[in-house]
Design a protein around this ligand. Structure first.
Ligand SMILES: Cc1ncc(COP(=O)(O)O)c(C=O)c1O
Length: 427
């Protein structure tokens, strides 16, 4: 059984938090990071699949920076590319070779991508995609699906929790999302009924990872594709998580349905800030012509571009081995966690889509996304705390990402951590 980290092992993390709270609002730079228990660990070093905290504790990392670190921490090709770019000067807001080369690499990987435009985050990229769709169609209304996450801006940051269609944060303009039509993800018939010629776009996570790792139901994406075509609306896949993760070509390659516009982020930058929108030349026409103003001081910054080129380079070269391995590892962990949970009598549903897992404690199974509200959030968080105490870092809410750096040794250790953590929970 794996060793357990007691409260003393998190003393520095707690002390850090107390000091950080004095001048850094909430002690973190993104609210969910504060939710880690027993305390948010302070990342001192990252190497491969491992992260070391300020007290020298080592964790196998399945949070992976909330997704970007698809090659793990400190992949040599990415670090070398960034250092080489750095040596040539920061060149912020310059026209540069790297932005052109990364756009070329995206076009080579993502089936629907011909033209690409860069921003600095996934949140911004969603906004740019919506602007392109509205400019192209001359329409305003957009379909968004409940509990899909598309960044934190007021016009999309709504209906984040089952049963609540309102703003996801206080301080949001309640009217900013007035042009959204909210529907249930997975319900193609509802979309077919709601859509008419007044909509600019249908926006979705093609595999619903944020709501809890749900693969699209049979025929769902195909019916969305047909309905949007019928009504002249753009189909926008938000592939900020699924891009370069579910396959080299993302969810659209895995499921064989091509959107008009694709939103990218996270893994594309290999750990540096990035966002992108891509599509066919026709779909991207408002941007390509220059008619749609596309602004941003940090767009296409050479460091992020270099990290992206290197990351896609590794993924393209190793795709035949990397994607099946990550998927198999995720499957092995899911099977083991389910079996151990059954043995210990802990209700646990483990959702898997390719190399991504979601732990839902308190339920044995879920009928689909609308059912996800039945899971016990508190018990799930207790499970991720128990895993952290046994040297495995998942996102506190139960999401786990595999990377190209996870090997058999890490998987064995993680299996042992699950065995111990579930036994802890049963006690
Ligand atoms: C599907 C999806 N879209 C957009 C975003 C926003 O990306 P960022 O955090 O880079 O702004 C996220 C972030 O988690 C996401 O998961």
């Amino acid at each position: 059984m794996s060793a357990v980290l007691d409260d003393a092992a998190f003393a520095e993390a707690r002390a850090h938090r107390t000091r950080a709270m004095r001048h850094l609002a909430h002690g973190v730079s993104s609210t969910p990071r504060a939710s880690q228990r027993p305390a948010p660990i302070v990342a001192e070093r990252g190497e491969g699949a491992w992260i070391t905290d300020s007290q020298g504790n080592r964790f196998i990392d399945y949070a992976l920076g909330y997704g970007p670190l698809i090659l793990g921490h400190s992949p040599a090709p990415v670090l070398e590319a960034v250092k080489a770019e750095l040596d040539r000067g920061l060149r912020t807001a310059s026209v540069n070779h790297a932005e052109m080369e990364l756009a070329e690499a995206i076009a080579a990987c993502v089936p629907s991508a011909e033209l690409c435009a860069f921003v600095s985050t996934g949140t911004e990229a969603v906004q740019l995609a919506l602007r392109v769709a509205r400019a192209a169609t001359g329409r305003i209304k957009v379909v968004k699906f409940r509990t899909n996450y598309h960044g934190w801006f007021d016009n999309v940051h709504v209906a984040g929790r089952p049963g609540d269609d309102g703003p996801s944060a206080i301080g949001q303009d309640p009217h900013a999302a007035d042009s959204l039509r909210l529907l249930d993800w997975g319900d193609a018939a509802a979309l077919e009924q709601a859509l008419d010629d007044s909509f600019a776009a249908v926006l979705l996570e093609p595999a619903a990872i944020n709501p809890g790792c749900f693969a699209p139901p049979e025929g769902f994406l195909e019916r969305l594709r047909a309905a949007t075509r019928r009504h002249g609306a753009m189909l926008i896949f938000d592939e900020v998580i699924t891009g370069f993760r579910l396959a080299l070509g993302g969810a659209q390659a895995r499921y064989g349905v091509l959107p008009d516009l694709t939103v990218l982020g996270k893994a594309l930058g290999g750990g540096l800030p990035i966002g992108a929108v891509c599509g066919s030349a026709a779909a991207m026409a408002p941007l390509a012509s220059g008619a749609l103003f596309h602004r941003g001081t940090f767009n296409g910054n050479p460091l992020s571009m270099a990290a992206g080129i290197a990351t896609l380079g590794v993924l393209r070269q190793g795709a035949a081995a990397i994607y099946p391995r990550m998927g198999a590892q995720a499957g092995e962990l899911a099977d083991h966690a389910r079996a151990e949970a059954r043995r210990c009598g802990v209700p646990l549903c483990v959702q898997q889509v390719g190399p991504v897992l979601q732990l839902f404690a308190g339920v044995d199974s879920l009928a689909g996304l609308p059912d996800a509200g039945r899971a016990d959030r508190e018990l799930t968080q207790r499970l991720t705390e128990a895993l952290l105490r046994r040297g495995v870092q998942a996102l506190p809410r139960g999401l786990m990402y595999l990377s190209a750096a996870h090997g058999p040794a890490e998987i064995d250790l993680t299996r042992a951590a699950f065995t111990g953590a579930l036994a802890d929970l049963a006690r």
